[in-house]
Design a protein. Structure first.
Length: 86
């Protein structure tokens, strides 16, 4: 059950990022979607949705890799470096 919930939590940002990419693509082709009155607003919304969705995935992966100790020293938190532990 926990894996299904985790999958759903990761699926929501993927759908948001996908919608953002679709909004930007439609703007480049000149297709205005109904809730947006201007093309530039549609593109800006798509850009924000894409950044939020991709940023959530990036943060999740960084958090997971930090927890498992698989990141380079420059991506570790300030108190987590091996040099400070010695």
């Amino acid at each position: 059950m926990a894996r299904i919930i985790a999958f759903i939590v990761l699926l929501i940002p993927a759908l948001i990022a996908g919608a953002g990419i679709k909004f930007m693509r439609d703007t480049l082709y000149g297709n205005l979607i109904s809730p947006f009155p201007w093309l530039w607003l549609q593109f800006l919304t798509g850009l924000i949705f894409s950044i939020i969705g991709i940023g959530f995935f990036a943060g999740y992966l960084l958090h997971r890799d930090r927890k498992r100790g698989r990141v380079a020293p420059r991506f570790q938190k300030n108190g987590d470096t091996k040099e400070m532990k010695q």
